[in-house]
Design a protein around this ligand. Structure first.
Ligand code: GTP
Ligand code: MG
Ligand code: ZN
Length: 314
């Protein structure tokens, strides 16, 4: 190889600790890279200056390895705090055409609050998002009732909800078609079946899947790093480790309602501007809740984020 210190471009396909596998468009293979020190220093506050999906510039330092020297501006990204109280932020992935939030009503039980925080972040950082309910093969009457309520709440809010089963293959072809030609992210709690769904979409990938813990039916964090997989049917999916906590980053109290699409749509009719949609007279949002046009569950999430999350950060 004679391209030492020549600048190359690529996309970050895998992130493990301080190493990044960068796929070079021309060569088509991935190069193992580290990040130049200056880039690390500039990214104060985030645990990772570079993330999967980033378009980067790199230089070869020997025949096999490179160093990332620059990150191109991101079209969008998903960022979170590890916990609601931590000051460090983590950028999960960048330049995403569609994020699929994978959830399940049972095995493990649905994490409602996490879902709304994830959706708010996607709205705030301009990432298109859809919700996928997996493991429908396991649901009985009670779970099906909860599933139907869930679908009603989120479709009313304006989200697409897709019911699937990695085990029986239900609607896997819909998912496969949806992803074709796009750069997508699968995210969600551990054990919901992110890796299983990717295997169902493209069995040749043969990703490692885990069991649920016997005691609490929780996931065991089988996937441990972020990695992009190219599907033989077209498109890419980032498989990701199960997310435990999801704290909002830089979403102010006053603008929080902008990131609940159903609140934002309704708020134009509020009498006062600004309106927090909590105590103001003639608030169109409060009226819509009374009429059942906005769900109480989503509004409760709004209140919780309004009071809990933001005060600690701002
Ligand atoms: N019955 C049933 N089980 C499923 C389905 N999808 C996944 N599972 C099971 O759920 C467990 C967890 O699946 P994984 O694919 O490892 O889950 P994950 O979301 O990738 O988990 P992490 O990598 O830990 O974040 C495994 O035992 C799977 O066999 C499904 O549609 N139906
Ligand atoms: Mg996994
Ligand atoms: Zn209002």
């Amino acid at each position: 190889m004679n391209n030492i210190s020549k600048e190359l471009n690529g996309i970050v396909f895998r992130h493990t600790g301080s190493h990044y596998a960068v796929k070079n468009k021309g060569v088509g293979k991935t190069i193992n890279c580290v990040v130049r020190g200056r880039l690390r220093l500039n990214a104060s506050g985030t645990t990772n200056p570079v993330t999967v999906g980033d378009c980067v510039t790199f230089e070869m330092i020997n025949d096999a390895e490179g160093v990332i020297t620059a990150v191109q501006p991101r079209r969008n990204y998903i960022i979170r705090r590890a916990t609601n109280l931590s000051s460090e932020t983590h950028i999960i992935a960048a330049n995403i055409d569609c994020a699929y939030l994978i959830a399940t009503i049972a095995h493990p039980h649905n994490a409602w609050k996490f879902i709304d925080r994830f959706l708010v972040t996607c709205e705030a950082y301009k990432v298109p998002v859809k919700i996928v309910i997996n493991k429908t093969d396991l649901y009985h009457e009670v779970e099906n009732e909860e599933k139907n309520r869930f679908i009603q709440i989120y479709t009313q809010a304006g989200y697409e909800v897709i019911e699937v089963s990695a085990t029986t293959g239900l609607h896997i072809d819909t998912l496969r078609d949806d992803i074709k030609g796009r750069f997508c992210l699968f995210s969600g709690a551990s054990g919901v079946g992110k890796s299983s769904l990717i295997n169902a979409i493209d069995p040749a990938l043969n990703l490692r899947i885990g069991k649920l813990s016997a005691a609490h039916l929780k996931g065991m964090h089988t996937t441990t790093f972020y990695e992009v997989f190219e599907l033989s049917s077209g498109g890419c999916i980032i498989d990701s480790p199960g997310i435990k906590g999801f704290g909002l980053v830089d979403v102010g109290k006053e603008e929080l309602y902008h990131f609940f699409p159903e609140l934002f749509r309704t708020a134009a009719q509020c009498k006062f501007n600004p309106c927090t949609h909590i105590h103001e007279p003639h608030c169109a949002v409060l009226q819509a809740i009374d009429k059942g046009e906005i769900s109480e569950e989503r509004y409760d999430s709004y209140l919780k984020m309004f009071y809990d999350d933001n005060e600690k950060y701002r």
